[in-house]
Design a protein around this ligand. Structure first.
Ligand SMILES: [Zn+2]
Length: 83
């Protein structure tokens, strides 16, 4: 797990580091879900984007990341071609 220490702004905002945004395929304006349990705040993309093509259509979560059906199919075809 990557850890970063950030200060909360006077408005209650916090920045997600650019490396994490890139890895998650997040863009400015994306809706996020904020939840709290046992004193731990969790921020999760409300609508996941495909890690590869950045679409928000038909995206499935896989191992904590988003992948669209067309990219998943392309990955499966590439893997089966390479044996
Ligand atoms: Zn995709």
């Amino acid at each position: 797990m990557d850890r970063n220490y950030k200060k909360l702004s006077s408005h209650g905002s916090i920045n997600i580091p650019v490396a994490m945004r890139r890895e998650m395929g997040l863009q400015g304006g994306d809706p996020m879900e904020v939840s709290m349990k046992d004193g731990i705040v969790t921020v999760t993309p409300y609508t996941p984007r495909c890690l590869f093509c950045e679409t928000a259509e038909g995206v499935h979560r896989f191992m904590g990341k988003g992948i669209c059906e067309s990219c998943a199919k392309a990955v499966m075809e590439k893997i089966s071609r390479e044996g």
